[in-house]
Design a protein around this ligand. Sequence first.
Ligand SMILES: Nc1ncnc2c1ncn2[C@@H]1O[C@H](COP(=O)(O)OP(=O)(O)OP(=O)(O)O)[C@@H](O)[C@H]1O
Ligand SMILES: [Mg+2]
Length: 229
Amino acid sequence: MAKMLTGIKGLDDMLHGGIPHNKNVALCGGPGCGKTLLSFEFLLFGAKQGEAGLFITLQESEKSILSNARATFSELSEDIQLAINDKKLIIHKPSSLDMNGLLSYIEKTVLEKNIKRVVIDSANVLKLNFKDNYTYRLTMQEFLIFLGNMECTMLVNYEVSYSERDKMKFNLEQFMADGIINVYNLVRQEKRIRALEILKMRGTQHEKNLVPFRITTNGIQVFVGENVY
Ligand SMILES: Nc1ncnc2c1ncn2[C@@H]1O[C@H](COP(=O)(O)OP(=O)(O)OP(=O)(O)O)[C@@H](O)[C@H]1O
Ligand SMILES: [Mg+2]
């Protein structure tokens, strides 16, 4: 199966070469765990290779996403500016949360700009559109299938409220997704340690261990083969 490199150092090894093409991956984690930055780097990597990416932000403003990413990834600041200038990295905050409006914006942009990578950050608020879980699940599933058919590989960020791995509960979203990557901010004695795991990835083998990672000025670095305990 053809795969798309995430460009996150270490993660592509864990994925045995990247995310299978046209799949959607739920990137789940608590506050400040690195969802926005990781998904941003996924798009930046594509942009640097000439592959256009669309970052849909549903909470933070476009300006805030961009300025935080440039501040954190200070060594990549020029690449980020170049990607924005070349329209290889498009950051968009919809004016409403209406699903149909969002879908038609994405469809139009994907076709016009030949988008290959899409990020939704974060998708939790979309649930507010729905009266019940049944219609939510059906609509979200259609939405994900539609984008897969348009040949987009997606990271869909979800805010979850667990901090430890063994307390994790599974949500509807995690069953819908083709893949799940969990990011954690674990408590170890007086310290917090960032770690991630690939919980599932349909269509490929992958590493299953919990692995530490760091957010650096040069991007995210996953330390494959190291332990968090
Ligand atoms: N230069 C840096 N070096 C190391 N860590 C940094 C740096 N800049 C920011 N961070 C860390 O990155 C975190 C923010 O990551 P990010 O915004 O991706 O999290 P998130 O999972 O999207 O959070 P939220 O759910 O609140 O949106 C900050 O809370 C901070 O701990
Ligand atoms: Mg975020």
